[in-house]
Design a protein around this ligand. Structure first.
Ligand SMILES: [Fe+2]
Ligand SMILES: [Fe+2]
Length: 175
């Protein structure tokens, strides 16, 4: 996660209060151990999705509390989906249900939070979001996944450029 976004999150007391119970739960913290898109882990991805959902839903006078909570739990599937044998079925289709089952064992989730988690992969998965908050997370989730991919490409490009420059300097000095 970019430093700027991290600062925005840490300086937003209301957002932090809404997800306090969820964010520091040991089982939720476990998400830090699992890779999500590229170099991002599930925890960091969910925190980012949750923050954007909070901002958008609050601005639109929607139920931003359920949106924030649901978004923080939307990818709580607790395994590394890149690893063979880590899960049954096709991850893209099955993980919303797994995330809901894991989350509902620990937290009391309302109907909207349930819908947010279960439908967040729409339209890849069937099940049309029932609430505007659920629809917003489908967009925010895809936006964050794309951003994480682009950041990864940018980092790889920067690393390659740094290696190239280093080799060039070495070559010049050798002369
Ligand atoms: Fe997901
Ligand atoms: Fe996600």
């Amino acid at each position: 996660m970019e430093q700027k976004l991290e600062n925005l999150i840490e300086n937003n007391q209301e957002f932090k209060d809404i997800i306090k119970e969820i964010r520091y739960n040991p089982k939720v913290l476990e998400m830090q151990n699992y890779r999500q898109h590229f170099s991002t882990n599930c925890y960091s991805h969910s925190l980012e999705v949750s923050f954007y959902c909070y901002k958008i839903c609050k601005k639109l006078h929607l139920d931003y509390i359920s949106a924030t909570r649901g978004a923080m739990l939307h990818d709580m599937f607790l395994y590394d989906w890149h690893e063979k044998g880590s899960h049954e079925g096709l991850h893209a289709f099955t993980h919303p249900k797994t995330a809901y089952e894991n989350a509902s064992k620990i937290f009391e989730l309302n109907e909207k939070e349930k819908d947010i988690i279960l439908k967040h992969m729409w339209p890849v998965c069937f099940g049309i979001p029932k609430h505007p908050e659920s629809f917003i997370i489908t967009l925010v989730d895809k936006y964050c996944a794309t951003k994480e991919g682009l950041n990864s490409i940018r980092d790889t490009y920067r690393l390659k450029k740094a290696i190239k420059n280093f080799l060039l300097i070495m070559f010049v000095f050798k002369k």
